[in-house]
Design a protein around this ligand. Structure first.
Ligand SMILES: [Zn+2]
Length: 376
């Protein structure tokens, strides 16, 4: 148990070697903390590391990558690992923290340990944070909290002081792309695009494995490509089709959820079952939202490439596979047009964060981009 085999997620954290070695040592010597705070810039791989640590903690071999527990954690279907993300635009809901605390009080379902990953912990504000503090300080045995945040400066000091801080170094896009290329064996250019669209190395690897997510991106690019010649009916139809493409990967999530639900139905009380169903519903909403954010990121990357092309900066181009679309758009617009179009993407991101209907958000964005690109 002293060294984890290469197949485990923790051993694969090549972009953060210090974090990897530090956590691997803690797991190997059985001296893990009950609460970690992973701190680093977006895209530095904190969430990847959190899943990796969860896997190492739940596996009898410290993260072999092959056993039932390891496979379940890697697929995000282990019933004793819970990922929490803020469910309102302004942060964590007090009800979410209450759910979490109720769950903490229950025994593990499958493993000997429970792991709670709390993403964007800076969004735990006084109400929701206070409820959590006591548990963070004295968690039940065999419970591990992993909080993720971009900076300790923007977090409540009462939370920071109760956790062991693990700093993550910032990664350049090239470093991330190289890590993805190393893991997948795919061409560097394709990996660079995937990192730009998906955000972190691990999410890029997932993106490259998902034909549906890549198809959603292509469809998004085609929709933007068609905009200069599109009329209103075209745009409405394309927004509708895009939502279909973005939702396509959710079918897999749904069937996995259903399988877990059926499998665990015998172990769980009626209340716990209901809680699981609620959580599944929220997971679907969160997945849909991240699919939309990914589609919006695809547009942003494309428009940046158009900008690069207009400015004559050929090296910076990310969407090599969409070079024809970039050239067509560059031919009909100007630098200021693209800058306005990028603002339309930012507006759309804000609308999604404020829970505005996705389809409406995409419609508005496409209309705004068309106007920006062609009204010179
Ligand atoms: Zn294992």
């Amino acid at each position: 148990m002293s060294t984890s085999p290469r197949s485990g997620l923790l051993a694969q954290l090549d972009t953060q070697p210090r974090v990897r070695d530090f956590l691997a040592r803690a797991v190997a010597t059985g001296r893990t903390s009950h609460a970690y705070l992973f701190v680093g810039a977006p895209g530095s791989g904190k969430l990847d590391a959190a899943w990796a640590l969860a896997q190492a903690l739940l596996c009898d071999e410290g993260g072999c990558g092959a056993c039932d527990a390891c496979v379940r954690v890697a697929r995000h279907t282990h019933p004793d690992v819970h990922l929490f993300q803020p469910e309102s635009a302004t942060g964590y809901l007090i009800a979410q923290v209450r759910d979490l605390l109720e769950d903490v009080a229950l025994a593990p379902i499958r493993g000997a340990r429970k792991v709670y990953i709390i993403d964007r912990a800076e969004q735990l504000r006084s109400n929701s944070a206070n409820a959590l503090l006591k548990t963070l300080e004295e968690p039940p045995a065999h419970t591990t909290f992993i909080l993720l945040g971009t900076s300790t400066d923007v977090m409540l000091s009462t939370i920071v002081s109760r956790c062991q801080c693990v700093p993550f170094r910032m990664l350049s896009t090239d470093e991330s792309a190289e890590a993805v290329a190393h893991a997948t064996g795919l061409a560097l250019a394709r990996c660079r695009m995937a990192v730009a669209v998906a955000g972190s190395p691990a999410r890029a690897i997932e993106f490259l494995k998902s034909a549906e997510r890549q198809e959603a991106r292509r469809q998004m690019l085609r929709a933007v490509d068609a905009l200069p010649h599109a009329d209103e009916a075209d745009i409405l139809l394309s927004a509708k089709d895009l939502m279909g493409a973005i939702r396509a990967p959710l079918a897999d999530v749904k069937s996995t959820q259903q399988a877990v639900l059926e499998r665990d139905a015998d172990y769980l009380s009626r209340g716990a079952l209901k809680q699981l169903e609620e959580r599944n519903k929220r997971e679907l909403t969160a997945r849909e939202r991240s699919g939309i954010m990914e589609a919006l990121a695809s547009v942003r990357v494309l428009l940046r490439d158009v900008l690069m092309s207009l400015e004559g900066v050929a090296d910076g181009v990310v969407d090599e596979d969409a070079a024809d679309i970039v050239a067509r758009l560059a031919a009909v617009t100007t630098t200021s047009g693209v800058v306005c179009a990028l603002d339309a993407v930012s507006d759309a991101e804000r609308r999604i964060a404020r829970n505005i209907t996705p389809q409406l958000t995409i419609e508005v964005m496409l209309f705004d981009i068309r106007k920006a690109l062609v009204c010179l």
